[in-house]
Design a protein around this ligand. Structure first.
Ligand SMILES: *Cc1c(COP(=O)(O)O)cnc(C)c1O
Length: 398
């Protein structure tokens, strides 16, 4: 079998290579990133939004934990036109990785140093104030180079962006600046998750109506401006939110943020979390397991110790509430999740051997565990689960 894999952006290694045994990162615990799933999700999302609308792949936070470079390349192959990052550093790293498409920095850059680096690396900053615009103008003039920027307008998120009531004035002021090329105007939806009934529906409608007021006011410039509003939830919820571009993060990674809405197409979870069984134990009934003995065996119990813990990103709050998969069977995790290991009750699956692989997130056989399962248990959201895996876990691209 020829399995090619890539370790954290390094060169391709062949599974047949005898040297590989020493370098195979799949020893204790690892993240498997299915780049084909990302490409295929991008392709489906791209088909869904249609040819009038562009797909921006949001790859901030190291591609939601999958590895930004891997995700960016896969998404572009799947038809994404541009990339969104949160920080300057993230943008520069993608440029260093050789990506040449448009990259929008979604976070705010506040000082001249940051903006100069942005200009240098051809990254597009997000502006919320005239102060930032003037900094950009000065830099652009100094370097003799046009500065491409997007203006952000707050339509109801109350975070980044200028006040909605100031937007047209700010737009005109920026228009006076000779070295700035305003390419896009955008806003961000305050509701990104769950079911968008009640307040979510109301606020989204309000944000949309404000955004459309802007579009109407700027109708004469419509051709030269890129208007964008939707995150994954907005994109999947309604084509009326698509405009010229959508900025898609979560659904690119295979998760539908809308819990009340099933899609006409399927998305594929790109991330799996796997670990090996490092030790097997058989203990009698009435024995406390792990820190604090939070689990006590009720019967003679077969236990498997697995080499993954909260220092890898398996949150301690999940203790006793999750399962791992082995050949499609669910193995309950018991006791407190420790820093480096956790314990499974495998009494029902005693055939499991040391060194075998269990799946904590992702598909195994006919069964699968998704990020929503974990986030529901821990009172979190799928976004945080994805971003929660630490760099101690090698990323293996398959
Ligand atoms: C993170 C982010 C997105 C992507 O959101 P998802 O819900 O993950 O699709 C879009 N736009 C902005 C401004 C963001 O910060």
């Amino acid at each position: 079998m020829q399995v090619f894999m890539q370790v954290a952006g390094s060169q391709k290694l062949s599974h047949n290579n005898s040297l590989l045994a020493r370098f195979d990162p799949r020893q204790r615990a690892w993240l498997e990133v299915n780049s084909y799933a990302i490409e295929s999700n991008a392709r489906k999302l791209n088909e869904f939004i249609g040819p009038q609308c562009d797909l921006m792949a949001v790859v901030k936070a190291d591609g939601y934990g999958h590895g930004a470079e891997t995700v960016a390349k896969a998404a572009l192959l799947g038809g994404a036109k541009s990339l969104g990052v949160a920080t300057l550093q993230e943008g520069i790293e993608l440029r260093n990785a050789g990506l040449s498409c448009q990259i929008l920095v979604l976070g705010n850059l506040t000082n001249a140093n940051e903006l100069a680096a942005c200009l240098h690396s051809d990254l597009i900053p997000t502006l919320s104030t005239i102060r930032e615009a003037l900094l950009c103008e000065n830099l652009a003039e100094g370097y003799g180079k046009k500065f491409n920027v997007h203006l952000k307008v707050d339509t109801g998120m109350t975070r980044l962006g200028c006040d909605f009531s100031d937007a047209l004035q700010l737009y005109r002021s920026i228009g006076q600046l000779e070295n700035i090329h305003l390419e896009g105007i955008y806003s961000h939806l305050a509701f990104a998750d769950g079911d968008l009934k009640g307040e979510g529906a109301y606020v989204t409608e309000l944000q949309q109506s404000r955004f459309e007021i802007l579009i109407r006011e700027l109708a004469h410039e419509k051709e030269s401006l890129c208007f964008h509003l939707a995150n994954s939830a907005g994109t999947l919820r309604s084509s009326s939110l698509h405009y010229d571009m959508v900025r898609v993060g979560l659904s690119l990674y295979g998760e539908n943020p809308l819990t009340d809405y099933s899609l006409d197409f399927s998305l594929q979870q790109a991330m799996s979390v796997k670990a090996r069984v490092t030790l097997l134990r058989t203990v009698p009934a009435g024995i406390g397991v792990g820190y604090g003995h939070t689990f006590k065996t009720q019967r003679k119990t077969r236990l498997a110790v697995v080499g993954i813990g909260y220092a890898d990103g398996v949150s301690r709050g999940l203790s006793g509430k999750i399962c791992a998969l082995h050949k499609g069977n669910y193995l309950p995790q018991v006791g407190s999740i420790a820093m480096d290991q956790l314990v499974l009750d495998i009494t029902e699956n005693p055939e499991i051997q040391v060194g075998e692989i269990v799946t904590l997130l992702g598909k195994d056989g006919d069964a699968s565990i998704n990020t929503r399962t974990w986030s529901d248990i821990s009172g979190s959201i799928p976004w945080e689960v994805l971003c929660g895996f630490k760099h101690r876990l090698p990323r293996v691209v398959v």
